[in-house]
Ligand binder design. Structure first.
Ligand code: ATP
Ligand code: MG
Length: 568
């Protein structure tokens, strides 16, 4: 069952645009298999929101169809009505589009194939390859044997074809109770592959399906459905994660015995990321228990969370290309994702000014009531981004940590008697420090040099520090949500006895700052826009934001921790 090709190491994937899957495809094209046609699919189960692991699969499947002038279908593998929902279908479609991919008119549902799958099950019964079994779930498990022990044949395995046909029809007609019977493939109870030990094809389940309603009271299993769905859509290359490697012989068994189109299944390793979990089941629990704001909480590794956090889709795609495809499970450093986010935002995000921890500054020689507009460059790396006007006035806010009364040697920011530059503004000199009764600094009094407008002194005099600032008169109050990793450990599943991954939830993963001020140009930014707050990081307008209450999420800090990791 295992593939005889050597695993592709992560090192080779970084530089090589190709990968072992593309090698297989090239080989099929050379052999003129399917006349060179390439058709892939992305097959989500609509039982949760997509996460960053799915992004890897989406980029792979849609990327291959793009690069080989092929097609990629979107297919919902909706065989489990109990856990599935229209809300998930809608979110999945939105997320794939946001990532920049298009399935055109090829939106399919496994549930659309239920009638065909039923007919095929009848065919297998007629060939003596399927039977109705009345063992209970527990008995089936017991008869199945173990990895080291062969299973035993079900006492119902030798039923006549006529009896099987009759019972299966009556299962469909609703004559039997939920769970009382199954239809099973008749393969081999002593196969070393557990999946081949007479797997279940149909179960009786009275559950309303989000698409077929109450039409069916029997539902095909995922394993009975997946391969034939690929076949019906004439998928040439069915790319899936490693856990399906052991299921491949079963899919091939169904396809061979039904004599239908054989898709080539190729498995690759799942993406795992440090400091987070990528499993819908575990993510659903965080949502259900209210540990996060929802599926789209900016801390979630879901596509909708990443979007709300302000990660650009181009960064997610670059990340997926960079990690490549391999046969070996590994965990990717979260910092690599952030590295790509910074790369894209550094190029694309406009610079603005905001103060998170404000300290009042009064410019004593600046006329009271005067406001002047100073020109500020939006993106030094992109002249097309233009410039904007930032209001300057007698009272300003600067960042509290940009002032020290008693500065150490290497501190080049503001201090008593020291002159610094205000970005796009003037040189100012601190002349007085105002404190409250407890001795806290509450205000600085400074003078400005009118000749330094725009940030340079005509006499060539230099300053070492440049500070960001906002006008106290014109700045807008804003709520800033600061995000850290959702889990405190690189491996959230690394827990003590009797604990589960929730024990590693980071209680400080979200901190809300309610005292910040931002420059007035941010009033009109639509939700989802990401900007750089100069010297602080990248921040994205949250959907909760309104004209009355601006809300920003910190997308990522400016510091590049990945560079440090690479140097290690
Ligand atoms: P989960 O374990 O989170 O529930 P799943 O595999 O059940 O995920 P599906 O909706 O069945 O989710 O997945 C759709 C496609 O995405 C499948 O082809 C699956 O192999 C792939 N996929 C899911 N998780 C990952 C991952 N972490 N890395 C790469 N591909 C993934
Ligand atoms: Mg699944």
């Amino acid at each position: 069952m295992s593939d005889d090709r050597k695993p592709t190491g992560p090192e080779s994937e970084v530089s090589a645009p190709s990968n072992f899957i593309r090698d297989f495809i090239d080989e099929d094209i050379r052999n003129n298999k399917h006349e060179g046609r390439i058709h892939t699919r992305f097959p989500p189960e609509p039982n949760g929101y997509l996460h960053i692991g799915h992004a890897k699969s989406i980029c792979l499947n849609f990327g291959i169809s793009r690069d080989y002038q092929g097609k990629c279908n979107l297919r919902f593998d909706d065989t489990n009505p109990v856990r599935e929902d229209q809300e998930y279908i809608d979110s999945i479609k939105e997320d794939i589009r946001w990532l920049g991919f298009d399935w055109e008119d090829r939106e399919y549902y496994a549930s659309d194939y239920f009638e065909q799958l039923y007919d095929w099950a009848v065919q297998l019964i007629e060939k003596g390859l399927a039977y109705v079994c009345e063992l209970t779930a527990e008995q089936i498990r017991e008869y199945r044997g173990t990895l080291t022990e062969a299973g035993r044949n079900s006492p119902f395995r030798e039923r006549s074809m006529a009896e099987n046909l009759d019972l299966f029809a009556r299962m469909r007609a609703g004559e039997f109770e939920d769970g009382s019977m199954t239809l099973r493939a008749r393969i081999n109870m002593s196969s070393p592959n557990m999946n081949m030990r007479d797997p279940i094809m149909y179960r009786i389940l009275r559950a309303t399906h989000h698409r077929t309603g109450d039409k069916w009271c029997i539902y095909p299993t995922y394993d009975y459905t997946h391969g034939q769905s690929d076949s019906l859509e004439a998928i040439t290359h069915s790319l899936c994660t490693l856990e399906f490697e052991d299921h491949r012989p079963l899919y091939e068994w169904y396809i061979q015995n039904l004599g239908i189109f054989p898709s080539r299944q190729i498995e690759f390793a799942r993406l795992n990321l440090t400091f987070t979990v990528v499993s819908k089941r575990f993510l659903l629990r965080l949502v259900k228990e209210g540990r996060v704001r929802g599926w789209d909480d900016p801390r979630m590794p879901t596509i909708s969370g990443i979007r709300r956090r302000g990660y650009p889709p181009a960064a997610v795609r670059a990340f997926c290309d960079r990690i490549g495809i391999s046969k070996k499970d590994s965990t990717v450093d979260y910092a690599l994702l952030q590295f790509h986010v910074r790369e894209v935002l550094n190029r694309d995000a406009n610079r603005v000014m905001a103060v998170l921890d404000p300290l009042r500054v009064v410019i004593t020689n600046y006329p009271e009531g005067q406001v002047e507009e100073l020109e500020a460059v939006n993106n030094p790396g992109n002249p097309d981004a233009g410039a904007r006007l930032v209001p300057f006035s007698r009272e300003l806010y600067i960042e509290r940590e940009d002032f020290l009364e008693d500065p150490p040697k290497k501190f080049f920011r503001l201090a008593p008697g020291r002159e610094v530059r205000l970005r796009y503004g003037y040189f100012i000199t601190c002349t007085e420090v105002v404190k409250d009764e407890a001795g806290n600094v509450v205000e600085l009094r400074c003078t400005y040099d009118p000749a330094t407008r725009g940030g340079n002194a005509p006499d060539g005099r230099r300053v070492k520090g440049t500070l960001h600032w906002v006008s106290a008169a014109r700045a807008l109050p804003a709520q800033i949500r600061l995000y850290e990793h959702l889990f405190t450990k690189e491996d959230p599943y690394d827990v003590g006895e009797g604990e589960d991954y929730l024990a590693n939830l980071n209680p400080e993963s979200e901190q809300v700052n309610r005292q910040a001020f931002v420059e007035p140009s941010l009033q009109e930014l639509p939700a989802g826009t990401t900007v750089q707050f100069e010297r602080l990081g990248y921040f994205c307008v949250d959907p909760d934001s309104s004209a009355e209450q601006l809300v920003f999420n910190r997308t990522v800090t400016l510091r590049d921790t990945w560079a440090k990791i690479k140097d290690k």
